[in-house]
Write a protein that binds this ligand. Structure first.
Ligand code: UT7
Length: 325
């Protein structure tokens, strides 16, 4: 038995923050941001928005496209590093908002690799025969933990949510292979230092702006390039495929140069790569499911196509999913 993606959905905030807007906030330029990252604009939430409220429309769209009701769900997994609160989980909050039965609901924290990790967990839950319909969400409101005085990070991030419903299938479509890994020795390169048990929130942590994303961009870039290639090759191998068999590459959207490098190493031309980075920036755990939803609903991905999802993020974590549409 395999698991397959029954349907997807996504939700982006309406408000757009352009590179020109950022030029007014920090010493930067549209030229620098586009040439170093590929980002032109990003979406940004209103202050009342939360991970659960942003995810809800994405989840509802995925459910309705899958012809399922919330009561048909057997589990909810939410990948995020910007949950509504430290606890309870955003997945539990979503269960209540959707009106689901009493089912297992939990969040996972794997940075920008979160959605890929969550898919891998859902796949294992389904293929062991214990669960049928699982809602997997990738959501991030990074602009709520952005240091708007740090030009090296504030130009990169955006907000959004993506969702997918996974369910068992007996046909030859669905998840063919996957890979995941992590190396915690890189943890200090990409982190939010305060707000956990190491540095609980205090007047000092707020004053020092420690509740925001800190990233050593260049070191992270180099590790990302290596890890995206490794995750892609291992995922393809575990699917029993060759590089040439991949019809579509859906990478985490952090930097166009990382994406181009990954595509080149896989021998995939850029017109077979789904890019949303230009308009949404880096939406962390939401970037892969948003790009997946756009690729599925635009009709780019055809029945029988082999699709590779690949991501890299805080931890460091990295991973991939290969599926036949
Ligand atoms: O999502 C999960 C993981 N995240 C990633 O994979 C992101 C990985 N990193 C990156 O995408 C890139 O490293 C960045 C886009 C963040 C930065 O690009 P870079 O080519 O690595 O630039 P850099 O950090 O080496 O900085 C080069 C220069 C520096 O100036 P000096 O020291 O050479 O004079 C920075 O101060 O660019 C300067 N700089 C800026 N200039 C204008 C940094 N940020 C900006 C900015 N505008 N926003």
């Amino acid at each position: 038995m395999r698991s397959k993606i029954l349907a997807t959905g996504s939700n982006l905030p309406a408000k757009i923050l352009t590179n020109a807007d950022l030029e007014k906030l920090v010493e930067t330029s549209d030229e620098w941001i586009v040439s170093r990252s590929g980002i032109r604009e990003r979406r940004i939430v209103e202050s009342a928005d939360t991970a659960s409220s942003l995810s809800l429309p994405a989840a509802k769209t995925a459910l309705s496209r899958a012809n399922l009701n919330p009561g048909d769900l057997d589990a909810i997994i939410v990948a995020t590093i910007t949950p509504d609160m430290a606890f309870p989980s955003t997945a539990c909050l979503m269960q209540n908002m959707l009106g689901c039965r009493q089912i297992p609901c939990f969040d996972i924290s794997a940075g920008c690799t979160g959605f890929v990790y969550a898919m891998k967990i859902a796949d294992a839950m389904i293929t062991t025969g214990q669960y049928r319909n699982i809602l997997v969400v990738g959501v991030e409101l990074l602009t709520k933990i952005t240091d708007w005085t740090d030009r090296s990070t504030c130009v990169l991030f955006g907000d959004g949510a993506g969702a997918a419903i996974l369910a068992p299938t007996d046909d030859d479509t669905g998840l063919l292979g996957s890979y995941w890994s992590a190396d915690g020795s890189f943890a200090p390169l990409l982190e939010m230092p305060a707000g956990g048990s190491r540095m609980p929130a205090s007047e000092k942590t707020v004053k020092e702006n420690l509740h925001t994303v800190k990233m050593l961009g260049n070191e992270t870039f180099k590790a990302a390039v290596r890890a995206m290639e490794e995750a892609s090759l291992e995922g393809i191998k575990s699917a029993g495929l060759e590089k040439a068999d991949i019809d579509w590459l859906i990478p985490h959207q952090a930097n166009i140069r990382i994406i181009e490098f990954t595509a080149k190493r896989l021998g995939i031309s850029m017109d077979k790569v789904i890019i949303t980075l230009e308009k949404y920036g880096n939406t962390s755990a939401a970037s892969v499911p948003i790009a997946l939803d756009e690729a599925m609903t635009s009709g780019k991905i055809k029945s029988g196509d082999n699709v590779l999802l690949v991501a890299f993020g805080a931890g460091f974590t990295w991973g991939s999913i290969v599926f036949k549409a």
